[in-house]
Design a protein around this ligand. Structure first.
Ligand code: FES
Length: 618
């Protein structure tokens, strides 16, 4: 792919370092550790200093090596080089929109706009402008203010006089004047943001009527530093304060671009945005606030800050009205972040008579269980297999990703759907779930997840000692290579689903709940997977298919709730205090549950709908 970009780097730096410096988004699932094999690049120039590292030998085939392919993270630069980045190594900016809220909310915003008419100063009423504004706000709207943001100092006196003392005053819930606007300027907006490890979702709303004006999604631009939490913490550990600053600046730049984009779509000025709310997991929360997250990578994974915090947008580099505030929801702990608090705030299991189970699977898995009496939560180490990573031909949900798969149980032939209707490049998370489930339904793998020996299909083969099933042959793929699912890929999916199942079951057991009344799947995972196929794999305990619903981006909705109603912020604080965290790995019986759940659908537990789902495959 021609980026036509040149970059100078110090000798000894890697090609991945150079790509990061040049803002070329090369996939680096393992964060540059030489473990994932996703950062392959082609070296076009003749170079005599290139050796092949041990790691490369395991991840780059002999043929690829002779073609000049290398791992960008393992290749050091000691002279001029010309590099080509293949399509499949590029992380693209195509992201399925994180859906906004569908649930109703009564607006009681944290920032309001009040029209006032102030008396003209005279010798008999010569109090300062600000004191007269305060007096009128109290008299006309029964609103008290105690201070004024210095950003009002420059233009405030001029606007008052130019507008002949009729103005609109923007006041925050904590009694601060944020802005003095001309009488005809009544614009007042807010933004809610959900910072995920992989994607960021944002929503622009009118604070006066809670009307949704625009939304946007983008890949988290920190992805160039690694695709999971540990790689990003690792980058900061290795590079110290500079690493944190790199990561923070990159994130803030991405958030500002998203705000610009939404303002363009809605034809509004970002100077009229006065409030931003933010949710994200604890590592994203820390990096956003410029807090070193290193402690979150080490047991006992303690956050530096867990309470909610409100800061001025200008202090964080967020480009809205400089007097505007940014409110970051609280976190519960190292693994239960502000995004989980947002999910609970949006879905409100704490008001429910029914026993709820909420599963939010992103790059990590979080589970919440309970009802109005008690709520518990846990984090489960699903690994990234359900997002298409750590799978040989896995990729994120992007153009060219196989997202749906069916396998004919008789012929073992495959049909699939590709995002963007292009030639396939790889398989994304929903496709991976489909493939494993379909392999089971078509009896190509058994309940232990192993490929059966007696299958008569040319698609099933042994490659260098590893069994794999061909989804599509090289001549029909965008990469020119067969797209396969290997025994190891299936194993990774089993680990992920067993981790969710066992985690959910332990939480229910902790609450003495036999079976949940409803299961809510939050996040992109819930939106795009085939629930029936996930059910066949055995992902949800004690459920029927009809009890499972996808609830969209509930974390983002939580951020919207906190933006539109100040009481919801108080709720968020209460949730963070009330919800109990259960450390699954220390819980008695977790290992046994996990081992039983590795089977498809399960070694022991019943699945009421399974016979019905398998009946066409007998
Ligand atoms: S192997 Fe290079 S980033 Fe993973």
């Amino acid at each position: 792919m021609p980026f036509n970009s040149s970059i100078k780097v110090d000798k000894g730096k890697t090609l991945l370092d150079a790509a990061r410096k040049a803002d070329i988004p090369i996939a680096s699932v393992c964060g540059g550790k030489g473990k994932c094999g996703k950062c392959k690049v082609k070296i076009l120039s003749k170079v005599d200093f290139l050796g092949v590292t041990k790691r490369e030998k395991g991840l780059v085939t002999e043929k690829e090596l002779t073609e000049g392919m290398r791992l960008a993270c393992q290749t050091k630069i000691y002279g001029d080089m010309i590099i080509e980045v293949p399509e499949e190594s590029i992380v693209r900016g195509f992201v399925k929109d994180k859906a906004g809220t569908k649930r109703q909310i009564f607006p009681q915003p944290v920032v309001c706009l009040y029209p006032i008419e102030i008396s003209i100063p005279s010798f008999s009423d010569n109090e300062s402008d600000v004191e007269r504004i305060k007096r009128e706000l109290k008299k006309m709207h029964n609103v008290s203010v105690s201070r004024i943001d210095p950003f009002c100092f420059k233009a405030g006196p001029l606007i008052l006089r130019k507008e002949k003392w009729k103005v609109n005053v923007v006041v925050s819930w904590d009694e601060e004047i944020l802005h003095i606007k001309p009488k005809n300027d009544k614009e007042l907006y807010g933004v809610a943001m959900d910072i995920g490890i992989t994607t960021i979702g944002a929503y622009l709303l009118n604070l006066k009527d809670a009307c949704h004006l625009a939304s946007g999604s983008t890949l988290n631009p920190q992805i160039k530093f690694g695709e999971d939490i540990m790689s990003r913490i690792g980058y900061i550990r290795e590079n110290g304060i500079k690493g944190l600053m790199d990561m923070n600046k990159t994130l803030i730049k991405g958030l500002n671009a998203l705000i610009d984009d939404m303002c363009r779509k809605a034809s509004i000025s970002k100077k009229d945005i006065f409030e931003v709310t933010v949710v994200g997991n604890t590592v994203m929360h820390h990096i956003f606030l410029n807090i070193n997250p290193s402690s979150l990578g080490l047991s006992p994974f303690t956050p530096f800050l867990s309470s909610s915090i409100t800061l001025k947008a200008r202090d964080l580099g967020i480009k809205i009205n400089p007097a505007g505030n940014v409110y970051v929801l609280p976190v519960k702990g190292g693994f239960v972040g502000a995004d989980n608090i947002g999910v609970v705030l949006a879905l409100k299991p704490y008001l429910s008579d029914e026993d709820c189970l909420i599963i939010d699977i992103g790059t990590n898995g979080e589970i919440v269980a309970g009802n109005k009496d008690r709520l518990v939560c846990a984090s489960c180490a699903t690994g990234p297999a359900l997002e298409g990573a750590h799978v040989k031909h896995g990729m994120r949900a992007d153009i060219g990703a196989i997202e749906k798969v069916t396998i004919d149980p008789k012929t073992k032939e495959v049909e699939y759907k590709v995002m963007g209707d292009k030639k396939p490049k790889g398989i994304c998370g929903s496709g991976v779930i489909d493939v494993v489930s379909e392999l089971f339904k078509a009896r190509i793998i058994d309940s232990s997840g192993r490929f059966k020996k007696d299958i008569n299909s040319k698609r099933l083969r042994n490659t260098y000692g590893m069994m794999e099933f061909v989804i599509e042959w090289a001549e029909h793929t965008a990469t020119g290579r067969d797209i396969t699912i290997t025994q190891e890929d299936i194993r990774n999916v089993q680990f992920a689903k067993a981790s969710i199942y066992a985690g959910a079951k332990i939480l229910l057991r902790h609450l003495n709940i036999d079976r949940p009344s409803k299961i809510m799947l939050a996040g992109a995972f819930g939106n795009y997977i085939d629930v029936k196929n996930a059910y066949v794999l055995g992902m949800f305990p004690y459920a029927t298919v009809s009890q499972i619903t996808a609830v969209g981006n509930a974390a983002g909705e939580g951020a919207i709730f906190a933006l539109l109603n100040r009481k919801e912020r108080e709720e968020a604080e209460k949730i963070a205090r009330k919800i109990e965290y259960v450390e699954l790995t220390l819980y008695k019986g977790f290992q046994e549950e996990f081992l039983d759940a590795l089977y498809i659908p399960h070694r022991k537990d019943p699945f009421p709908d399974i016979d019905d789902l398998l009946k066409d495959y007998q």
